[in-house]
Design a protein. Structure first.
Length: 274
């Protein structure tokens, strides 16, 4: 059951579309929607000469203030006018930390796939990756160009891990909205799938009113994460549910991983739990 949804609005056109996704989800679940915009400190890229840093910082600050105003306007126009119960907050500082602080009181956090803290030289991954790692709540990551999301056809990446278990149970309110749910059971190439585990998962979902079907998907190496991405895209899903980082973030960054790959490249919203 979703009672409180938190969305971070970044002030871009994509952010406005993501508010639309959040509004639709709040309306369908009866949840209260809270909007948040975190203004980061001006982060001057290292390519500027020392004599220009103050001027560049002022320009960046002006742009950040403009984004904050645009974010508030988008939430006011898209959410406050359409939902009976909303709230709006602003904060300053590290974006992922600000979202994580407000997420303590939310059932679901929504962020954009392409929201950045600052220049890539200092922040090599989008904000969503840090939020997934640290906020302790399920995170719905919405691509900038995602079509209107009905959550009608969902896919669940399942390997029986702690992260996958957490993701499935956090996603139950969204899976209950779906017309079809497909379990992509991920097993190593040389391993035999645990049929009892899969059947127990199906039975558990049925008790929640969710009709699910299954498919065995074999992963032979880290390089096969691209195959998982292709499988999800070709299945015409509009929601993917998967576990978050099982390794430290720096290992995911250096060696790659399914979570990182999917969050960066997915064309559909992903619900991730860590």
């Amino acid at each position: 059951m979703l009672c409180d949804i938190l969305i971070h609005v970044d002030g871009s056109d994509a952010g406005r579309r993501q508010v639309g996704v959040a509004v639709d989800l709040a309306r369908r679940t009866g949840a209260r929607l809270s909007g948040l915009h975190v203004i980061p400190p001006p982060d001057v890229p290292p390519r500027y000469k020392p004599s220009l840093i103050d001027r560049v910082a002022e320009d960046i600050s002006a742009g950040l203030s403009s984004r904050a105003r645009a974010a508030a306007a988008a939430f006011r126009e898209e959410a406050i006018a359409q939902l009976p119960e909303t709230s709006w907050s602003e904060a300053s500082g590290n974006i992922a930390e600000g979202i994580s602080a407000h997420a303590r009181y939310a059932d679901l956090v929504i962020v954009g796939q392409s929201e950045w803290q600052g220049p890539p030289e200092a922040h090599p991954l989008p904000v969503a990756h840090s939020v997934v790692q640290h906020c302790g709540r399920p995170v719905l990551v919405v691509p900038a160009l995602a079509p209107p999301c009905l959550f009608a056809r969902a896919a669940v990446a399942w390997d029986g891990s702690r992260e996958a278990v957490r993701a499935v149970h956090d996603a139950l309110p969204l899976l209950q909205l779906a017309r079809t749910v497909r379990i992509l059971s991920i097993v190593a190439a040389a391993a035999e799938p645990d049929e009892a585990d899969i059947e127990n998962l199906f039975a558990h979902l049925r008790r929640h009113g969710i009709r699910a079907e299954g498919e065995i998907f074999r992963v032979t190496s880290v390089a096969e994460h691209k195959a998982l991405q292709d499988q999800v895209e070709h299945g015409h899903y509009d929601l993917l549910v998967m576990g978050g980082y099982s390794d430290p973030l720096w290992l995911e960054l250096v060696f790659g991983g399914a979570t990182r790959s999917m969050l960066l490249a997915s064309a559909i919203p992903i619900l991730v739990s860590h």
